[in-house]
Design a protein around this ligand. Structure first.
Ligand code: CP
Length: 359
């Protein structure tokens, strides 16, 4: 869809009045000017390695801001970020809120329960309302795959996909890549196992779309009924393999990402039992010891401890799970900054200066 395609190319510099050189210094670019050409963040499936690295570099600058005694910077002063969550969320919603506030944006929260969506308001009318409210950025989670694309094509706001159906969760993919790279170094040649319900996992897809361009090799493992048929039959994306035996997949791996077991899969006949799943596919201390010494364990959350991951592993020395949550704030700051602060200047992908826009 058009909305997923790059917008007008822009380079650092030429910032709008009131957003001076301090802003540009925040852009930890490679080379003379960062190019940021995205108007929306809908998926990373068509992102280049350079774009992913721009976000990861920018994230490091945001981690620095978050380490200060006063965790606040002014780049988004005068901007409004609308968090529109039509599906439940803890980590993503709260980290976007903290990220937007750390950059001095105004934040408005809308959830499906308690909003007019409950009264049957259509997505299109909700979008029009968000537009009228003056949202510069709309961060949205929705149960329907593709909903953020629909919104992006009908609004002037920048749209960030915070998870849509089974399709994509691009900010999770980026924060997982950042967290992993900080833990194990450059990802070129590193082998990362993703285990669990691959079929229904937007996280698995976004992790693949982010880790593979950075040079990682991804091994998928999980019950055959929870792997897309084409992938199970060998038609996997470049850089990805499927290994049905979890122990073999973990042998010598550089990291593992466990996915949440969505228990309704058992009700729909895709699993014999949760206990059986845990026995065959759960991450125990014994299992993770098959990986390289110290190789990290990740999980996007929320976790079913004792099912896809034992508590001793989830909270053990290899676990990066809390770091993933913490890095989620910095990654989302980086994305908000790149989209809303307008590093592209007047001709770039950034939004108009809020003073001009509202003046
Ligand atoms: N990882 C993740 O998306 O968690 P939440 O559902 O809590 O946002």
């Amino acid at each position: 869809m058009n909305a997923s395609k790059p917008g007008v190319a822009g380079a650092a510099g030429g910032g709008a009045p009131g957003r001076g050189s301090d802003l540009r210094k925040l852009v930890a670019g490679r080379g003379p000017g960062v190019k940021w050409i995205r108007r929306h963040v809908l998926d990373t499936d068509d992102w280049s390695r350079e774009e992913i690295e721009t976000v990861l570099d920018q994230t490091r600058a945001m981690v620095e801001i978050l380490s200060r005694p006063i965790r606040r910077a002014p780049p988004l002063r005068g901007r409004t970020v609308i968090l529109f969550f039509a599906e439940v969320s803890t980590r993503t919603r709260v980290s976007f809120e903290l990220a937007a506030k750390a950059l001095s944006a105004d934040v408005v929260n809308i959830t499906a329960t308690g909003s007019s969506v409950e009264k049957g308001e259509s997505l299109l009318d909700t979008v029009r309302t968000l537009q009228a409210l003056g949202g510069d950025v709309v961060v949205m989670r929705h149960g329907s795959s593709g909903a953020p694309y629909f919104v992006a094509e009908r609004t002037e706001s920048a749209v960030i996909n915070a998870g849509d159906g089974w399709h994509a969760h691009p900010t999770q993919g980026l924060l997982d890549a950042y967290t992993l790279r900080e833990a194990v170094g450059e990802l070129g040649g590193k082998r990362v196992v993703i285990v669990g319900d691959i079929l229904h996992s937007r996280v698995a897809r976004s992790d693949i779309n982010t880790l593979v361009p950075l040079g990682a090799r991804v091994t998928l493992s999980g019950p055959p009924t929870l792997i897309p048929v084409a992938w199970r039959c060998g038609e996997v994306p470049a850089g990805v393999t499927y290994e049905p035996e979890l122990d073999r997949a973990l042998d010598g791996a550089d990291a593992v990402i466990a996915l949440r077991l969505q228990r309704e899969r058992q009700e729909s006949g895709l699993l014999p039992s949760v206990r059986e799943y845990s026995r065959v596919w759960g991450l125990s201390e014994e299992r993770v010891a098959r990986m390289r010494p110290g190789a990290p364990v990740m999980h996007p959350g929320p976790m079913n401890e004792g099912i896809e991951i034992d508590a001793a592993v989830a909270h053990g020395s290899r676990s990066l799970i809390e770091k993933q949550v913490a890095n989620g704030v910095a990654v989302r700051m980086a994305l908000l900054y790149l989209l809303a602060a307008g590093v592209g200047g007047p001709d770039g992908a950034g939004l108009p200066n809020p003073i001009e826009k509202r003046g």
